[in-house]
Design a protein around this ligand. Structure first.
Ligand SMILES: Cc1ncc(COP(=O)(O)O)c(C=O)c1O
Length: 441
């Protein structure tokens, strides 16, 4: 493959896979496990998708498609910030289910998934060479989302090393932010954005409201944009479930950042959301920015045309998002299914004695297999990851790329397979860990 016909950017893109685990994922999907046709097949637990609740949503969407007469606004250009009827529906959905405070349709910008929203926000808030600080470990693809088009650099802020240090929640403090600021300014760059993900990818941690408030005030006083990604805000774990409640020592409930935004009404506070994870429809490509910054919203309207979600998708989703009774029942059932699958993994890890971070939400368990590493290096982590895949046909996401210092951590996406499949995956993981321990003993 020659990239000589491309721009420098294009050549870099041609040479850089979006994720390290995409090639093995394709391989796993080509040899997917099936209880009777392919019992030794692969179980991919690496891509952040919630497949547990699609059967619940599917029939409701099919009803809308069968019964609905497509309105006249659908085939035409709409507001580049999202079609007005969709923004009304999205605002009502967010207010009722996620934020629990009123959201105005005028405060929203809609794009093709969270990825587009993140790219657009970085493009409009920061200049090329500016820095976005992200507490580590965190979602690897933020690097491309803020970097590819906007040229914003990612700074991985490490605030702890061992998983046990965050068993009670995030350790991020103002001291850490000050340290990052000094470090970034010493290199002649500008600390422009702080990105927090709550519930977090990969740890499932939730930022408590008082901590968010302290951080928001620190950011506002320094002209730093604080963006809170609540993409997993409705994928919450029931921490009172008998199989897992022993892991939680404090009551921390998810409180949307939108409440603080409503109180402060600052140009420096923003929120991201998308239907990809909570509704298990990543293929729909619908994400949202919520902000009170009027200039940002105007800029969004002016440049978002290349990132818009299709009107047909907006129309279809609109009917479901505004069906309050359906959505309430759906979310209750979805959270119950998530909790059951989460508990299955955690019980397996506990029996094995593998450390993990007790999750409060998201689709992940962040586990520590460092005891099995041949040495403390990225190469050893990747080799362990591939050994698990080749020997047990279980594919996880390796920690490389999450920006953390601790090697040997892996992300398990527990709702990416059915509960029955998850049982097989946990059994295979357990035998593999025991075999590795036996051979190194
Ligand atoms: C934290 C975070 N942000 C953004 C995304 C991308 O979401 P979307 O599919 O809506 O673009 C993901 C997907 O895994 C994610 O985990």
């Amino acid at each position: 493959m020659s990239s000589s016909s491309l721009s420098a950017r294009g050549a870099r893109a041609a040479a850089t896979p979006m994720r390290i685990d995409h090639a093995p994922f394709r391989d796993a999907m080509a040899d997917r496990y099936h209880p009777t046709h392919n019992p030794s097949g692969a179980l991919p637990l690496n891509i952040a998708e919630n497949r547990l609740s699609w059967p619940l949503l599917r029939s409701r969407l099919e009803e809308v498609m069968a019964a609905g007469e497509v309105p006249d606004w659908v085939p035409k250009y709409a507001s580049h910030r999202g079609a007005a009827p969709f923004r009304v529906a999205a605002a009502s959905f967010l207010s009722e289910h996620l934020t629990r405070c009123p959201i105005s349709p005028d405060s929203l910008g809609v794009s093709a998934g969270a990825t587009s929203v993140i790219e657009m926000t970085a493009h409009l808030l920061a200049d090329a060479g500016d820095v976005a600080v992200i507490p580590a470990p965190c979602y690897p693809v933020y690097r491309q989302d803020i970097g590819n088009m906007a040229g914003v650099e990612r700074y991985d802020l490490v605030t702890y090393h061992e998983l046990s240090e965050i068993a009670r929640g995030p350790t991020l403090s103002i001291g850490h932010l000050e340290r990052a600021r000094r470090d970034i300014e010493a290199s002649g760059r500008r600390f422009r954005m702080l990105v927090l993900t709550t519930p977090d990818n990969p740890t499932g941690a939730i930022y408590p409201a008082p901590l968010l408030e302290e951080i928001a005030d620190w950011c506002m006083a320094r002209g730093i944009h604080l963006v809170v990604n609540e993409l997993y805000g409705l994928s919450l774990i029931d921490t009172s479930h008998p199989a897992i409640r022993q892991d939680y020592h404090e009551d921390v409930s998810f409180v949307s950042f939108a409440r603080l935004m409503a109180d402060r009404r600052s140009d420096y506070l923003h929120l991201w959301y998308a239907v990809s994870k909570d509704l298990g429809i990543s293929g729909f490509r619908v994400g949202m920015l919520h902000s009170h910054n009027e200039a940002l919203l105007q800029a969004y309207e002016n440049v978002n045309l290349s990132h818009t979600a299709s009107n047909l998708t907006q129309w279809l989703l609109r009917a479901v998002l505004t069906d309050s009774a359906f959505m309430t029942a759906y979310l209750r059932e979805s959270q119950m299914r998530l909790t059951e699958s989460y508990a299955l993994v955690v019980e397996g890890l506990r029996t094995l004695g593998v450390p993990y971070v007790p999750s409060r939400g998201s689709l992940f368990v962040w586990i520590d297999l460092s005891e099995l590493l041949d040495e403390d290096s990225e190469a050893a982590e990747l080799s362990l990851w591939m050994d698990l895949y080749r020997s047990a046909r279980v594919l996880l996401t390796p920690g490389v790329g999450f920006g953390h210092t601790k090697r040997g951590c892996f992300r398990v996406v527990y709702p990416s397979v059915t509960r029955d499949e998850l049982e097989v995956a946990v059994a295979r993981l357990s035998s593999w860990v025991q075999d590795r321990r036996d051979t190194t003993a």
